[in-house]
Write a protein that binds this ligand. Structure first.
Ligand code: VG1
Ligand code: CO
Length: 542
């Protein structure tokens, strides 16, 4: 029996860079999650009788929303819901399950790298039938629907047992609880040379993986310890916790500092990695060598042909605008097309579907390929392991050889968090107005060559996305970019992206802060960060 529940719209249900993210307390309000889920079902493309994939990163409130969503799906004509055991599906695993079982889409319950717990963040993201995040046209339609919604549909049914694999019925809907890891692990095994990695491990290659008490724990334990033979204990913080143990599940130098300590110790293992709340980000640290995500993208692209899944080479490379141009130099070297997209994985979907690119990446520790339509943390780790096993060199050696061949893009991101929204908006508005006056201006040895507000024309569907951040380019290939975060839940976060290019034959072995010092000063002078925000230093440097 389908039941109609009267409701009224909530303001602010606009998906950001990656889904709708709010405090748990906001999501717990009566009808809040239900309205959003119903709005999704009201607007997305699907036939009656479709399959929906459902899962999340296991954070606080995950199970409640899964149970609500199952009943709403049953009332909205879905035939089948595939839900990860315990409500767990990493973002890349969900993307794969959508593709493998020809679902019409999926709901991923996660606020990714944002902290979890009763007073922290929750999120819902819709992915379309290609397995990728809903493009802007779809998220705009979902948002528009939330502003007029006056009811949601449900069935009266008790909660489904999410912990036991198997099928049950909810009204006319079949709910299948599936193994969260199996399909994904099989996909990884089809892409990479597990034998080569296993042999390397047997020869003494060691690693440390920090799952940050988030969703990758079960995936990493099965694949790294179970299938590749790394020692037990290689995966740390491997049990997903509702509050991620009180930490930010954000794999960077600040939040994954324990891993850094391990990797810079005298007895460091050969390889270190970490992933984020929902398993789509990766952090790569070699023994005594941090690899920036932008460099990781470039190094993976340059060596991907060493893995069986990419043995035929790449079709092209795409990176988000703030990501360093290191990948562009590899594309140039390999004679491949290279694309610059706005921030957020949803902009890669069309390029991947059209076969125009094989590998994509973002400076925020996201890398992935056409095997799914999301960034994929463990995928990047496994590609690194495959490359190192074949080339039989260390991370540090690989990086040095890469820079000698392509030059080095010194890179950092400075985040100014929880600043007043009016201050952030004023800063960006003033910066936008000053763009025309910037070319030709000098700051120390740096001279601005061009400055613009990044606008993207999607070469596949012809859509335009304007206002995607300010780019200031200097003569010689250095750059500063500015944009406001679209994933935060408190005030505004200003992100300042700093990049200095040292060409082949240049200064390739210096410390990043020294190399960026002049650019940091220029960034403040250009945008008036201290003047607008009162902040003289960033909260987080990654
Ligand atoms: C951030 C990153 C962006 C990433 C997004 C989602 O967005 O900068 O590169 O795609 O998070 O990642 P923003 O708008 O806050 O800068 V995740 O791992 O949160 O799904
Ligand atoms: Co994530």
């Amino acid at each position: 029996m389908i039941r109609t529940v009267k409701s009224t719209p909530y303001s602010g249900q606009k998906p950001g860079t990656s889904g709708l993210r709010k405090k748990v307390k906001v999501f717990q309000q009566p009808n809040y999650a239900e309205n959003f889920v119903q709005a999704v079902f009201d607007v997305v493309e699907r036939a009656d009788g479709s399959t929906l994939v459902l899962g999340g990163d296991g954070r606080y409130h995950n199970r409640e929303v899964i149970q609500q969503t199952i009943r709403i799906a049953a009332a909205n004509g879905y035939a089948r819901v595939l839900v990860g055991q315990g409500g767990i599906l990493s973002t890349p695993a969900a993307s794969h399950v959508i593709r493998k079982y020809c679902a019409s889409g999926g709901l991923i319950l996660s606020a990714s790298h944002n902290p979890g717990g009763p007073d922290e963040d929750f999120g819902i993201k819709y992915n379309i039938a290609n397995g990728g995040p809903a493009p802007e046209g779809v998220t705009d339609a979902i948002y528009a629907r939330t502003t007029t919604i006056d009811r949601w549909l449900t069935v009266d049914a008790s909660d489904v047992d999410l912990d036991t694999i198997g099928a049950t019925r909810v009204g006319d809907l079949t709910v299948e609880v599936i193994d969260s890891v199996a399909d994904y692990a099989e996909l990884m095994e089809s892409l990479f040379d597990f034998n080569a990695v296993r042999a390397n491990v047997q020869n003494g290659f060691t690693m440390s993986f920090d799952a940050m008490s988030a969703v990758t724990g079960p995936y990493a334990t099965e694949i790294l310890e179970g299938r590749l033979g790394f020692a037990r204990g290689t995966v740390r913080n491997g049990v997903p916790l509702e509050d991620f143990g009180g930490h930010h599940p954000d794999p960077n130098m600040v939040h994954a500092h324990e891993l850094f300590e391990t990797m810079f110790a005298a007895d460091a293992p050969d390889f270190g990695a970490a992933s984020d709340g929902d398993g789509d980000r990766n952090l790569i640290v070699g023994r005594h060598r941090f690899i920036t995500p932008s460099d990781s993208l470039a190094m993976l692209a340059a060596n991907a042909h060493l893995a069986p899944g990419y043995a035929n080479g790449l079709n092209g490379i795409a990176r988000s605008m703030p990501t360093s141009a290191a990948a562009d130099r590899v594309a140039e070297g390999l004679g491949l097309p290279c694309f610059e997209t706005p921030t957020g994985w949803k902009f890669f979907g069309n390029l991947l579907d059209a076969g125009m690119v094989t590998i994509c990446g973002e400076e925020s520790a996201g890398t992935g390929s056409d095997h799914v339509r999301e960034k994929d943390g463990l995928w990047a780790v496994l590609l690194w392991l495959n490359i190192l096993a074949v080339r039989k060199i260390s991370v540090d050696q690989l990086a040095r050889e890469h820079w000698v061949k392509f030059g080095r893009n010194y890179y950092a991101r400075h985040d100014y968090e929880a600043i007043a929204t009016e201050q952030a908006d004023a800063l960006m508005a003033e910066l936008g107005q000053s763009l025309g006056t910037l070319p030709g201006k000098s700051f120390g040895s740096l001279t601005i060559s061009t400055a613009d507000n990044f606008s993207y024309l999607d070469p596949v569907d012809g859509s335009t996305s304007a206002n995607q951040g300010v780019r200031v380019l200097f003569e010689g290939g250095s750059r500063v970019a500015f944009r406001l975060s679209g994933t935060g839940t408190e005030g505004a976060t200003l992100r300042v992206y700093l990049e200095r290019y040292e060409p082949v034959g240049g200064d390739l072995d210096r410390e990043t802060p020294d190399m960026l010092a002049e650019l940091i000063g220029a960034a403040d002078a250009i945008a008036g960060i201290a003047r607008h925000t009162g902040r003289t230093a960033p909260d987080v440097v990654t």
